[in-house]
Design a protein around this ligand. Structure first.
Ligand code: PHE
Length: 341
């Protein structure tokens, strides 16, 4: 036993600790709970009781010298990599932070919202995943009517008991939700994303933005609709803009019209963008169909109303002279950074 202790003491004295790994190795070998010193302590019970105090004393000395060596090495190594040495190099050039910017579509939507809210319209939003019932049925689209094909629909589920679920093809279902929810008078705009399964090209994409408006009150007439659209168009496109209302068809309005503005790129003279016509189509509109009112619990004998709906993306393309609608959805920072304030 004594010779083992002397031998171990020699090994401990000769062990060179010059880095953290060696320190770790030393502890593993000698001082941990299952290390060699502990191994010798475990043998103490086999020693002749008369020798036990002396051997125990030797073992304690051995342990103290190993522990001391650990403490000494820890202090020495900590000093070699002093924490007081600065780890920040203050002479290094700083990192630039980049500031995001409002998306051009949101800028145009913002302008549209400002114009309408100043006229007293509130803002309503609704889900992009919609029930067929709200997107079509309640808006007076008869079942299996070809009018549904006007808007190539992305269906999500079909034949479910709660009805088909689809990606809304226009923001008109938000108007349905508002009518079901509120008593007239109603005056809201509904901005948002809509989806159509169209062939993708520079001019059309499978997702785009609409802003629709709905006004229901007593004695609302087509003249009120025209005045509202005129006021909007002058603020949005310039005070000398002219408007043209063309008769059209939508299942949810009667009568219905499509609205053109004089091309604000060529001033109506005719250019590539307006296809030499001098006019740009900006929206669909009309008087809310009595069937739609009834479907939503509003008495069409008592109330009348108008609705309009416009695309936001085409106006964005024209305003910022962007020639491909897909650029609005790809979120390429090289494109978006050109719109920082
Ligand atoms: N919802 C129609 C569309 O998406 C636009 C519209 C809205 C037309 C309101 C008339 C009245 O094409």
């Amino acid at each position: 036993m004594e010779t083992s202790i002397i031998q171990l003491q020699q090994e401990i004295d000769l062990f060179v600790i010059s880095n953290a790994q060696e320190l770790e190795a030393f502890k593993l070998e000698f001082t941990v709970r299952k290390g060699r010193i502990a191994g010798l302590f475990a043998q103490l019970k086999n020693v002749d009781p008369a020798d036990r105090p002396r051997i125990g004393q030797l073992l304690n000395t051995l342990k103290q010298s190993a522990d001391g060596k650990v403490v000494e090495a820890e202090e020495r190594l900590a000093e070699a990599t002093p924490a007081s040495q600065p780890t920040i190099d203050i002479s290094m050039p700083g990192r630039r932070t980049y500031c995001g910017s409002e998306h051009p579509v949101q800028k145009v939507l913002g302008d549209m919202k400002r114009i309408f809210t100043a006229m007293g319209f509130g803002i309503a939003t609704g889900p992009e995943l919609e029930l067929d019932e709200y997107n079509f049925d309640l808006l007076n689209f008869p079942p299996n009517h070809p009018a549904r094909d006007m808007q190539d629909t992305f269906f999500v589920t079909r034949g479910q008991s709660e009805g088909d679920i689809l990606l809304r093809t226009h923001t008109s279902p938000v108007q349905v939700r508002v009518m079901l929810d509120q008593e007239p008078p109603i005056r809201v705009i509904c901005p948002g994303k809509v989806y159509r399964n169209e062939a993708i090209s520079a001019r059309s994409y499978c997702v785009f933005h609409q802003l629709e408006g709905l006004y229901i009150d007593k004695n609302v007439s087509f003249a009120d609709l025209k005045a509202t659209i005129y006021s909007f168009a002058r603020q949005m496109f310039g005070s000398d803009v002219k408007l043209r209302f063309r008769p059209s068809f939508f299942p949810f309005t009667e009568p219905s019209a499509e609205v053109d503005v004089t091309c604000y790129l060529c001033g109506g003279k005719g250019c590539r963008v307006c296809k030499k016509s001098g006019w740009l189509e900006i929206m669909g509109c009309g008087m809310v169909h009595p069937n739609v009112m009834r479907n939503c619990g509003i008495d069409p004998e008592k109330w009348t109303g108008y609705a309009f709906g416009m695309g936001v993306d085409r106006t964005t393309l024209l305003r910022y002279k962007i020639d491909d609608i897909r650029l609005l959805f790809e979120n390429d920072v090289r494109m978006l950074s050109q719109f920082s304030a």
